[in-house]
Write a protein that binds this ligand. Structure first.
Ligand SMILES: *Cc1c(COP(=O)(O)O)cnc(C)c1O
Length: 305
């Protein structure tokens, strides 16, 4: 894959980055159960560009460069990590960007405020129009813009994640845990050379039915050795409970880095439950993926007193 990475701090190769980003977690409940836990701090990739969203964008950006497009059109909610990542990337690479935003123009979140600062053109839309894929594909076509679906998903997204992990040269693990929204990231990892026996996708409660299809049997055997499992975190997407907040604050106190409220906090809550219920074998080497998304925490009023 040709490197098109030109963002400050991101042109380092992935293996080099992972040497710093792969950290040992001091989790007494895991240590007591004889389990070694590491975290891959993808949140350290870039301050504005959420870890996995960056990976998912790579192949899309290649398509943009090779396709003779005038700009990019994509969509997301008012706190979308994907919009945030795409907006900053386009700003940095001087690519015109139109963002279709699910919501009302009177509600300008901190995320959307950033998008405005980075010269992204916002188009606000109601729910039904937002989900009308044809409409946005047509609009993109009429402008000669590349259409990137919500979240940077699709085959391009999967491939971007695979290529990133192929270059990461991580050690082998028994189990790797990755938060799941659409499943693009976990499918990309499944197809990568990352060595692990179990790849556990932890559904953050989005209730995305397409996801279940994507993670069905045919995808489970993608790369021979890996068994891909979908599990459910004890949360409902977007409903951030006081327990989750307390868990996040405690986590920060113990480990000195934040989790995001929607994906990585539920992931770590789920993992803790598995350990406490004796569902992780003694001696297991575990990797938890911190997929980033910290900018979205600005939506959580309890974390921002
Ligand atoms: C978007 C996102 C995910 C989910 O990624 P999918 O590829 O949609 O499964 C996980 N973690 C964070 C922090 C995210 O922003």
């Amino acid at each position: 894959m040709t490197k098109i990475t030109t963002l400050a701090g991101m042109e380092k190769d992935n293996a080099e980055f992972c040497k710093q980003a792969l950290q040992t977690l001091n989790l007494p409940y895991a240590q007591n159960a004889g389990i070694t836990v590491k975290v891959l701090r993808l949140d350290l990739l870039h301050p504005h560009i959420s870890g996995n969203k960056w990976m998912k964008l790579q192949v899309w950006l290649e398509r943009f460069k090779n396709g003779g497009y005038q700009g990019i059109l994509t969509k997301g909610g008012p706190w979308s990590n994907h919009l945030h990542a795409t907006s900053y990337t386009c700003y940095f690479q001087k690519i015109p960007l139109i963002a279709i935003v699910k919501g009302h123009e009177h509600y300008v979140s901190a995320t959307l405020q950033d998008l405005k600062t980075w010269n992204t053109q916002l188009i606000f839309t109601n729910r039904s129009d937002y989900y009308c894929e044809e409409k946005w594909i047509e609009l993109a076509k009429s402008l000669n813009y590349l259409y990137i679906p919500m979240g940077g998903d699709g085959e391009e997204g999967v491939l971007g994640v695979t290529e990133w992990f192929n270059q990461a040269k991580l050690p082998a693990f028994d189990s790797v845990f990755c938060a799941v929204g659409t499943g693009t990231t976990v499918l990309g990892i499944a197809a990568s050379t990352l060595a692990c026996t179990n790849l556990v996708g932890v559904d953050a409660g989005t209730g995305d039915k397409k996801l279940l299809e994507k993670l069905s049997e045919e995808h489970i055997s993608i790369h021979g050795e890996k068994k891909v499992v979908l599990q459910h975190a004890p949360v409902k997407f977007g409903k951030i409970s006081p327990d989750t907040i307390a868990f996040m604050q405690d986590w920060y106190f113990q480990h000195h880095f934040m989790l995001d409220a929607l994906y990585t906090a539920p992931l770590c809550v789920h993992f803790k439950l598995l350990v406490e219920n004796g569902q992780i074998p003694l001696g297991a080497k575990v990797l938890l993926l911190h997929t980033g998304g910290l900018q979205g925490n600005r939506s959580v009023s309890l974390l921002n007193p």
